[in-house]
Design a protein around this ligand. Structure first.
Ligand SMILES: [Zn+2]
Ligand SMILES: [Zn+2]
Length: 186
């Protein structure tokens, strides 16, 4: 019972918690005692952006959480993979894509019950767009959407992953002009 209660309370608290409160909340599980000390460390520590591949400092990356956890196994704040600059460009791109979708009469919020086109889950569905054309691609759950980004955000990059896996799986797939037939869903 105690664990359930803690689980319910934490997400609500973390939204309201300011940076300093998180350090108090996780006393003993943080490398630094305060936000200020970690911030100083961040300014002096290199980190490479997974989007632009430029070496920046940890300070150039927004804090993140993994589930409800703000600190990783290194006892430092989780950081986003892309730098703040890339994150900013990405959010501008997304709002542009949403504007285009609106002018085309498309929804920019997933209608209730919408399934992720990849995993069929209905939780946390987001607007997915093509980063080149800024056109709406479809509805995906947040993890699937992020995964596509990590894999390179193109059919070519995902095909490389596909070939890599199939070197071992050696499955037979059929191909049409437009798609790889995985099951009957294509
Ligand atoms: Zn970047
Ligand atoms: Zn999904």
């Amino acid at each position: 019972m105690k664990r359930i209660a803690a689980y319910k309370v934490l997400p609500l608290m973390s939204n309201k918690m300011n940076k300093r409160d998180i350090y108090a909340e996780f006393t003993g599980k943080t490398k630094f005692e305060s936000y200020e000390l970690e911030d100083e460390y961040d300014k002096k520590t290199d980190r490479i952006c997974n989007k632009c591949n430029i070496t920046k400092t940890r300070h150039d990356f927004q804090n993140n959480t993994c589930g409800d956890k703000p600190f990783g196994s290194d006892l430092l704040r989780y950081k986003r993979g892309e730098c703040k600059e890339c994150q900013h460009k990405e959010s501008l791109g997304k709002s542009e894509a949403m504007k285009i979708a609106k002018t085309m009469g498309l929804d920019t919020k997933a209608p209730k019950g919408t399934e992720c086109e990849l995993c069929k889950k209905t939780k946390g569905i987001v607007f997915d767009h093509c980063h080149q054309s800024k056109l709406f691609r479809g509805w995906l759950c947040d993890p699937c959407n992020r995964s596509i980004g990590v894999l390179g955000d193109s059919s070519e990059s995902v095909a490389r992953v596909f070939n890599y896996l199939n070197k071992f799986e050696k499955k037979k797939f059929s191909f049409t002009e437009e798609c790889i037939i995985v099951s009957n869903d294509c």
